[in-house]
Every structure is written in structure tokens, then in C-alpha cells.
Design a binder for this molecule. Structure first.
Ligand SMILES: Nc1nc2c(ncn2[C@@H]2O[C@H](COP(=O)(O)OP(=O)(O)OP(=O)(O)O)[C@@H](O)[C@H]2O)c(=O)[nH]1
Length: 350
């Protein structure tokens, strides 16, 4: 029992694993609970907040959706997260539950540790860390594909301790978890799911609690009310980066790069999306998402790509007075060729 403290659920998981989709489901089933959302994204375009704000779900009031877009939450704890939490806690109408969506590149550990800061420790506790995993991506080996190369590098240089940045993050997010959602099971077979479970468990010394799901459809009874108080156990869940930091290395997100591409109106969205698939494949784009202005359509088009999988749909009407724009955020590894990608996207939109 955590007394009168407000429970906060931290939802983490790699880029595009399905965090926002799961949160939407959670809000749709809020059952009268007042839930405040803190959403952190990598990249300057608040797509997740933009999708949740005004989504029409009764439990999702615009003032309860707080966006933190000044970098990954794990690096901006003191400047962004703590002041945001204190402001939220000072409101006269305090929420029943707080849900924090980290960016797909965030290490959850520093965020969870922040709940031990005196400003918030007496008022909030971490109900649990929920890590969403793209089971289809794991099954395709997207987080482990550099093993041979890394092992070869290690054998050349004894001091080298780095796995691929994707694999390290994947493991850090698993190690922080109280509950793991193996999402996107609609894309894999039962045998593949068993393989994913084995792979994920092999990355943690603790026995993991894993639930398979598709489109984040999990009962709130399973998701909320874990009652763990994870902040008290954070010392046992060290990330690769914390261990490296103890060895004198600094944590940064230098391995990843994001930029926003602004384009003109797109009159042929189907063909645009087909061409984007090629751009993503040619340039190893990890994540691409944003909004598209389709002339003659009253609705805003959402484009979402996770690796080679791409989706597009109209989500809501452009608001009166809102500028109709085509803006997409692109995320990749640090050597991604932003100039070539921007020019290819311009060509795709033409
Ligand atoms: N097939 C399938 N697609 C899914 C599932 N869950 C989410 N998606 C799709 O995956 C894409 C990314 O989902 P999001 O919920 O935005 O993922 P996210 O983790 O919030 O993404 P970031 O915040 O960018 O890291 C969207 O196109 C979703 O529709 C699922 O279970 N199955």
C-alpha cells in the first residue's frame, strides 16, 4: 500500500512498438478514472500528443495531455520532468492516475529514479513500469542483427563493451520492466511468439511477467494498479548506460538522429505512401510519422511507419484556423542521410 500517493505508470518501449496505441485503449476504458498523461517524444514534432489530444475519447481532456518534447525524458529529468510533475500535483483537481509515455529512445531508469526526488516522493509512486515490445520486430531479429559483427569487434578490442545501440536500449527497457506487453502478435505465429518470449526472457536475470497483445488491447485491470513502487527497486535495474557511466562514460542519444521534413500538399496520398516505403528501405529509416495535407479533403492524413511497415489513415478534420501542413518526423541511426531523405521525400510528394 502506498498511502495517499498518486500512482504513476511509466510506459516505455522502442520506437513504434505501440505505446500510444495502447494508451488510447487505456483511455477508452478509463471507467471514470481521471488520468493525466505526460508524453515524451524524440523529435520536434509532437505527433503522439497531437493524436491523443482531441481524439474524442471522453477520458482524454486536452488539459490532461502534457507534452514534453525537449529531448528524451531520461536526460531532461531535472529541467522538464520534475517541474511538470510539481505543476500537475499543484492543480486543485489532481488526477487519480498518471501515465507517462517515454520516447522510444528513452532509458526508463533515470525517470523512475526521479520519483525518489523529495519534490515528488511524498506525493506520487511508480505503480509499475510497463514495457511495450514489437514482437514482430523482435521475431525478425531487428534488435539482435549485429551480434556477429559486434562479437568480431570485441575480439579485436578487449575494452569494447558496446552492443548495437538498438540492442542496448531494447535490453535497458526490458530490465526496467514490471510488466512486458508483447505487442503486434497479429503479425506473428504462435511458434514465433514462443521464440520472442524466450529471447526477451534471456535478456533479464529476473523472471519477467509477459502478456501478449495486439494493438495494445490489454485490460486496465492488468495494466494499472500493479502497486510495485518501482522507484524503491531502481538500483537493481541498472541500464547499460548507468553501468558505463559508473565506468566513466556519459549517456547520450548521439547514436540516433531525428529531423522534421516539411512538404507541400500531397494530392496523391496512396502513391506518396508507396514511394515513402522505398525511401525508408533505401535509407534504413527506423521511424517516420506525421501529418499530411491532402488538398480537397477536410480531414488530416496520418502517416505512420515502423521500419518497412507503413500505415495511413485520416484521423480528424483540420480545425478552423489550424494551418494545413504536411510535416513528418524521421528517426534513424546517427549516420542517416537527412539531405538525401528530404529530397527523396520531396520527389515522392510531387
Ligand atoms: N499490426 C499491428 N500494428 C500495430 C500494433 N500496435 C500498434 N501498431 C501500429 O504501429 C505503429 C506505431 O504505433 P504507436 O502506438 O504510434 O507506437 P509508439 O510506440 O507510440 O511509437 P513512438 O512513440 O514513435 O515510439 C502505428 O502505425 C500503429 O497503428 C499491433 O499490435 N499490430
Amino acid at each position: 500500500m502506498q498511502g495517499q500517493k498518486i500512482p504513476a505508470t511509466v510506459i516505455t518501449g522502442f520506437l513504434g512498438s505501440g505505446k500510444t496505441t495502447m494508451i488510447r485503449n487505456l483511455l477508452e476504458n478509463a471507467d471514470g478514472k481521471r488520468i493525466a498523461l505526460i508524453i515524451n517524444e524524440f523529435g520536434d514534432l509532437g505527433v503522439d500528443g497531437g493524436l491523443l489530444k482531441g481524439c474524442g475519447i471522453e477520458a482524454c481532456r486536452d488539459e490532461d495531455v502534457i507534452e514534453l518534447n525537449n529531448g528524451c525524458i531520461c536526460c531532461t529529468v531535472a529541467d522538464d520532468f520534475i517541474p511538470t510533475m510539481t505543476k500537475l500535483l499543484d492543480r486543485p483537481d489532481r488526477p487519480d492516475h498518471i501515465v507517462i509515455e517515454t520516447s522510444g529512445l528513452a532509458l526508463p531508469q533515470p525517470l523512475v529514479a526521479a520519483f525518489n526526488w523529495p519534490e515528488i516522493k511524498t506525493q506520487v509512486t511508480v505503480d509499475g513500469v510497463v514495457t511495450v515490445i514489437d514482437a514482430a520486430a523482435v521475431s525478425e531479429g531487428r534488435f539482435a542483427d549485429d551480434h556477429d559483427k559486434v562479437d568480431a569487434q570485441r575480439s579485436q578490442d578487449e575494452s569494447l563493451d558496446h552492443e548495437s545501440p538498438l540492442e542496448e536500449l531494447f535490453e535497458d527497457q526490458i530490465r526496467a520492466a514490471d510488466l512486458i506487453i508483447l505487442n503486434k502478435t497479429d503479425l506473428i505465429s504462435g511458434d514465433e511468439l514462443d521464440g520472442v518470449k524466450g529471447d526477451v526472457q534471456s535478456r533479464s536475470v529476473r523472471a519477467l511477467n509477459m502478456i501478449p497483445a495486439s494493438f495494445g488491447r490489454i485490460s486496465n485491470q492488468l495494466l494499472l494498479g500493479l502497486g510495485v513502487g518501482t522507484e524503491q527497486d531502481i538500483a537493481n535495474r541498472k541500464s547499460h548506460h548507468e553501468m558505463e557511466h559508473e565506468a566513466g562514460e556519459e549517456h547520450s542519444h548521439d547514436e540516433f538522429e531525428s529531423f522534421v521534413v516539411g512538404l507541400g500538399p500531397v494530392s496523391e496520398p496512396k502513391s506518396f505512401v508507396e514511394k515513402l516505403k522505398g525511401v525508408i528501405a533505401d535509407h534504413d529509416v527506423l521511424r517516420l510519422k506525421g501529418f499530411v495535407d491532402v488538398p480537397g479533403k477536410p480531414m488530416r492524413l496520418v502517416v505512420q511507419a515502423v521500419g518497412s511497415r507503413i500505415e495511413h489513415y485520416f484521423d480528424r478534420s483540420w480545425h478552423p484556423g489550424e494551418e494545413r501542413q504536411t510535416r513528418l518526423v524521421v528517426i534513424g541511426l546517427h549516420d542517416i542521410d537527412a539531405v538525401a531523405i528530404e529530397s527523396a521525400m520531396n520527389a515522392a510528394a510531387a
